[in-house]
Design a binder for this molecule. Structure first.
Ligand code: FA5
Length: 351
């Protein structure tokens, strides 16, 4: 027994000193002092020993037990201390890390809207909103385009299932142009007034690089005494030079719209060829960007305005076509495709 105790002492003292963590130390403690631990079992054997043996073994066991307990306690403290030491040595690096940042920016359509509205606010124009789902009356009939008139073919119209809403068939549609605002504006305001409308229009189009089913229009409706086509020319230049720069040239060509008389197409000089003629402008040197004209007397009357006293000018520009020109975008479908990568290509490449 004396030998066994000495071996236990040396063996476990070594294990205790070599232990690196508290969990292993707990296991050693149990292996010594637990229910079936070496020391516990040795104590249980005392009754088998003679009195002489007991005289030697009992104090030896007490000594081994006390020293091993003390060794465990000491090692426990050391392990804790080592842990704290390690923690304090581990420096937290609080240097700010420069993460790669994606630069965001407004959509080109939003930027265009802000610029355009700003340009015309300066001239005293007020913003007006007309509905995108509208009646046949405001979109066509009141604009001097009666039912079955061939001019309706100028607009490929998306009609809604109006019967579902208890409305006569063919009477409800997605507006084909912002001109649906014209009569509304006249009925709601006393002349003189200067209004602008900027918003979505919809057409049942054959889609191609220059035609979308959903696109924007920028309309002005300006009613006052003594207005003429000269005012229209001035305002067209104000818009196009404001967006494209002073070098932009503007011209008007005769055009037909039933709600204006005379009617005109507003062209901007093709910035790709500077008027020489190229693929983009179809060899013409100019690009048609808007329909415009002096508001037709019938339309003024429909709006409750006396055409003998007042005259009006109106236009409808196509911002998508203008943006194509400004950024050199060669397909109108890019705007609403959600293909932001394609659009980003054009950022900062304004012509
Ligand atoms: C009109 O829509 C008339 N309401 C314009 C007008 C207003 C004339 C006031 C007289 C007085 P038009 O269909 O030509 O006209 O369209 C005007 C502009 O909208 C076009 O020049 C073009 O820039 C744009 N646009 C027309 N259709 C599309 C389309 N499918 N996709 C993209 N832009 C279009």
């Amino acid at each position: 027994m004396e030998n066994r105790l000495k071996i236990i002492y040396q063996d476990y003292l070594h294990k205790i000193q070599q232990t690196k963590d508290l969990k292993s130390l707990d296991e050693i403690f149990l292996a010594l002092f637990g229910k079936n631990g070496e020391i516990t079992l040795a104590t249980k054997e005392f009754p088998k020993l003679s009195k002489e043996e007991l005289k030697v073994v009992a104090p030896l066991l007490a000594k081994v037990k006390a020293e091993l307990e003390e060794a465990v306690t000491k090692r426990r403290e050391e392990i804790k201390e080592e842990g704290y030491q390690k923690l304090s040595e581990e420096k937290l690096d609080l240097t700010p890390v420069e993460l790669p940042r994606e630069k965001g920016h407004l959509h080109v359509i939003t930027t265009f809207e802000e610029e355009t509205v700003g340009l015309f606010q300066k001239l005293g124009f007020q913003r007006y909103d007309a509905p995108q789902i509208d009646s046949d009356d405001f979109n066509f009939s009141l604009l001097n385009i009666p039912e079955d008139h061939p001019a309706r073919d100028l607009w490929d119209t998306l009609y809604l299932d109006s019967e579902r809403f208890g409305i006569e068939p063919g009477k409800l549609l997605l507006r084909t142009h912002t001109s649906n605002s014209q009569v509304r504006i006249m009925r709601e305001h006393q002349p003189p007034f200067r209004m602008m409308v900027l918003g979505r229009c919809f057409r049942y189009e054959n889609l191609d690089a220059r035609h979308e089913h959903t696109f924007e229009q920028f309309e002005i409706v300006y009613v006052d005494k003594g207005l003429s086509m000269a005012n229209l020319q001035y305002l067209s230049e104000h818009l196009l030079k404001g967006i494209f720069g002073e070098e932009m040239k503007v011209r008007m060509t005769p055009g037909y719209y039933p709600f204006v008389e005379p009617g005109a197409g507003v062209d901007g000089l093709c910035i790709f060829c500077k008027g020489k003629g190229c693929k983009v402008c179809g060899g013409v040197g100019w690009l048609e960007l808007a329909g415009a004209g002096m508001i037709h007397p019938t339309v003024l009357k429909n709006g409750g305005i006396d055409p003998k006293i007042y005259s009006g000018i109106a236009w409808g520009f196509g911002p998508f076509r203008m943006l194509m020109l400004k950024y050199g975008i060669n397909d109108i479908r890019t705007f609403l495709s959600g293909n932001l990568k394609e659009l980003l290509k054009y950022e900062g490449e304004s012509k």
